[in-house]
Design a protein around this ligand. Structure first.
Ligand SMILES: Nc1ncnc2c1ncn2[C@@H]1O[C@H](COP(=O)(O)OP(=O)(O)OP(=O)(O)O)[C@@H](O)[C@H]1O
Ligand SMILES: [Mg+2]
Length: 236
């Protein structure tokens, strides 16, 4: 290393789940579209796993109350969480609903709504949320339940789109990876050959980086894809 020059090391944290990208690569326009659509009323963001739905909601609505329905599946627990987010500690479901009804209008994102119990209590909660702005984030399997709302599609990514996402991430983290290796991952994961999930593509890149001491090459990706990654890549 030349004296006086600080060599910047690769930063693998850019591949962690908590790292928020500066922009939604290939889908920058969707952030503004989401903000526009919510002005017209309840919105449903629909798409398969790992295509940037949660990231989009966080970018479009940084001040929203975001409820993770993978952690809170029951209407009672969701209602208590929303009430708490507006400053009311309510133990009983009815008290939480009253607090939500009386509160100033807020934007509430029900993330991974597919996993929430959509029963009678949930209907009561959704009624209590009527004066608020609500964004449902859901898997296409429950699209038919959300048809009455505006729908914003988040389709799976093509190989070319995944390549651009991986390229931006590799640049942010100064990751030692060949351009051809990024293409190899993008082609394996890209829709329609693969599931089109950015999360999966980023996971594959991280695994490749963990398996080498030098630069990730296309042949390393191909070798891992045949062995270690076979089951992951064929996961429906
Ligand atoms: N367009 C994009 N540009 C940059 N990064 C992206 C993009 N889309 C997704 N990602 C990244 O992919 C990962 C998965 O995104 P996210 O969690 O938003 O997907 P999701 O659709 O909410 O998935 P799930 O349905 O499983 O909750 C995150 O690390 C996110 O930063
Ligand atoms: Mg999500």
């Amino acid at each position: 290393m030349v004296k006086g020059i600080i060599e910047k090391k690769p930063d693998l944290s850019v591949l962690s789940a908590g790292w928020i990208p500066p922009s939604l690569v290939c889908r920058e326009g969707k952030v503004e579209t989401t903000r526009k659509l919510i002005r017209e009323g309840t919105l449903a963001v629909i798409g398969p796993s790992g295509v940037g739905k949660t990231t989009l909601a966080r970018m479009a609505f940084p001040d929203a109350i975001i409820v993770d329905c993978t952690l809170r599946r029951r209407a009672q627990s969701i209602a208590r969480y929303i009430a708490l987010s507006i400053g009311i500690k309510a133990r009983r479901f009815g008290d939480a609903l009253n607090a939500i009804r009386k509160a100033e209008a807020r934007l509430v994102v029900l993330d991974d709504f597919t996993l929430a119990f959509r029963n009678r209590e949930m209907r009561l909660l959704l009624r209590a949320l009527e004066k608020h702005l609500v964004v449902f984030i859901a898997h296409p399997s429950i699209r038919y339940e959300l048809l009455e709302y505006s729908i914003l599609e988040m389709p799976p990514y093509s190989a070319a789109e995944l390549y651009r996402i991986l390229e931006a991430r590799a640049a942010s983290g100064r990751l030692p990876v060949e351009e051809e290796a990024l293409w190899e991952i993008a082609r394996l994961v890209g829709w329609p050959k693969g599931p089109g999930s950015a999360r999966l593509a980023l996971y594959v890149l991280r695994l490749c980086l963990e398996r080498t001491v030098s630069e990730v090459s296309a042949s390393l990706v191909a070798r891992l894809a045949r062995k270690e990654l076979f089951h992951v890549l064929n996961f429906p």
